[in-house]
Design a protein around this ligand. Structure first.
Ligand SMILES: O=C(O)c1ccccc1NCC(=O)[C@H](O)[C@H](O)COP(=O)(O)O
Length: 210
């Protein structure tokens, strides 16, 4: 099965076009105001209109008010929760959702997969205290078990340089990149997007090590 690709932290129409042209399956929109890539709901509506059918629009939230999330929902296909949201809070919107988990030293992924069993997948990201996501940092991929009950989306410091190794080593359902395809925060580099997608495709076409 081919590895699905999500490009995250989009803020510009031209970058959406480039990601779709390269072959992205999903696009991420950061709705948390603490991020340099944050969008307002009005800007989300504009960018969302640019996305063609069969490309998934994913909204990222960090422990935010249900009213705000409900306001954004019409412009999204899926929600991604990056905070301490309990499963019940993720379920409120009648939408598909992902739970992002930061790879603290003591995390028990089996326990988390059971706790968030209604999620469509778990997005595994690097842990940096006080930073809910988009760190640009890699975690130790050998910590990802190959028998979790939910699809795994690998995130954290992925780039055109390391993506083939990541896909071969982890065999995730999908991969998620933000900083590794950027010229600056929220401004994507179209050549890096192309190279990243090309790296995934090349890895998919060559034998994995696990
Ligand atoms: O991008 C942000 O600023 C951000 C802020 C708060 C929560 C999540 C955020 N981003 C999430 C992502 O972009 C990705 O899902 C993931 O963290 C990978 O980012 P990167 O390491 O930069 O590739």
């Amino acid at each position: 099965m081919r590895t699905r690709i999500k490009i995250c932290g989009l803020t510009r129409e031209a970058d959406i076009d480039a990601a779709i042209k390269a072959g992205a399956d999903a696009l991420g929109f950061v709705m948390w105001p603490g991020s340099k890539r944050a969008l307002t709901p009005e800007r989300l509506e504009q960018l969302s209109a640019r996305v063609p059918p069969f490309v998934t629009r994913v909204g990222l939230f960090v422990d935010q008010a249900p009213d705000l999330i409900a306001n954004c929902a019409p412009w999204l296909d899926m929600l991604q929760f990056h905070g301490e949201e309990p499963p019940e809070a993720c379920e409120l919107y009648g939408m598909s959702w992902l739970k992002a988990l930061r790879m603290r030293d003591d995390i028990d992924l089996y326990q988390q997969a059971e706790r968030y069993h209604r999620a469509r997948g778990l997005l595994l990201d690097a842990y940096r205290p006080g930073v809910p996501g988009g760190t640009g940092e890699v975690f130790d991929w050998s910590r990802v078990p190959d028998d979790l009950a939910l699809p795994i989306i690998l995130a954290g410091g992925l780039s055109p340089e390391n993506i083939a190794q990541a896909v071969h080593q982890v065999s995730p359902y999908g991969v998620d990149v933000s900083g590794g395809v950027e010229a600056s925060a929220g401004v994507k580099d179209h050549e890096l997007i192309q190279a990243f997608v090309g790296g995934v495709q090349t890895a998919d076409a060559t034998p994995a090590t696990r």
